[in-house]
Design a protein around this ligand. Structure first.
Ligand code: PGA
Length: 242
């Protein structure tokens, strides 16, 4: 595992964008696993900037997003499909038929989850998976207790997650209570993983996840045994790693 502690959020975002840039230049039809939340917003801004400067072409890049709330229409401002469109897809040249995001509005969820897994495999797997980390150690919506061998599935959200994400909604009650997420084994199958962490409120969980005993009660700890993980933290989040 490689750990990079950057002096601020801006540098964190730029370094993450460098990894994506190198990958996309090396392989124009790269398969990227992307995340939502506040942490990757700067990375997406940086990718948009590099696209506008004609340094990057996303026309052949394939995207798989980590997760989606269940029950929100795709055009709901808090749906993750909307988030990705707003921050990245509407400002770059990703092709809509190369973008895969779990649907939170499907009737047959188990079939949809199997389809999602098959689709990832059909593209040869994910080249780089971007992750954030929740204060409870979740990655994607794999909450504490998620099995290390879990695959894409429907999950109930943890109270901590609902509380943290309620900042984007009118109230705690308005936050969806269920989601569809790539599983921990799905994430672990990615060829390379980049975990981003920013801010002091992530320093404890980050240190525990990377240095503490690996356990299904701490989903991000699965990353300790992955062969190619790069952690990019700003100095606040990385405080307990040094
Ligand atoms: P955040 O969320 O980037 O908004 O802190 C991270 C996560 O919950 O995975």
């Amino acid at each position: 595992m490689k750990v990079c502690i950057e002096k601020n959020y801006n540098q964190l975002s730029k370094l993450a964008a460098d990894f994506i840039e190198d990958q996309v230049i090396k392989k124009s039809n790269s398969v990227l696993g992307l995340a939502t939340g506040s942490t990757p917003v700067g990375l997406y801004q940086e990718l948009v900037r590099r696209y506008q400067q004609k340094k990057l072409d996303f026309s052949q890049v394939v995207i798989f997003n980590l997760d989606e709330y269940i029950g929100l229409p795709a055009n709901h401002p808090q749906s993750y499909r909307y988030f990705m469109k707003q921050h990245l897809f509407s400002k770059t040249n990703f092709k809509s038929n190369n973008v895969f995001i779990p649907s939170g509005q499907i009737k047959n969820f188990s079939q949809h989850c199997r389809w999602y897994e098959d689709k990832i495999r059909s593209f040869g797997g994910i080249d780089i998976q971007i992750l954030g980390i929740g204060r409870n150690g979740h990655i994607g919506f794999n909450e504490p207790g998620s099995k290390f061998d879990s695959r894409t599935r429907v999950v109930s959200l943890d109270k901590t997650t609902i509380k943290d994400n309620s900042r984007f909604f009118d109230s705690f009650a308005a936050v969806p209570k269920r989601a569809i997420t790539m599983g921990l084994a799905t994430i672990f199958s990615a060829k390379n993983i980049i975990l981003l962490a920013s801010g002091e409120n992530k320093k404890e969980i980050l240190a525990k996840s990377l240095n503490g005993p690996a356990s299904e009660n701490l989903p991000a700890s699965i990353l300790q045994s992955h062969h190619s993980v790069t952690v990019i933290a700003d100095k606040e989040a990385g405080l307990l790693l040094v």
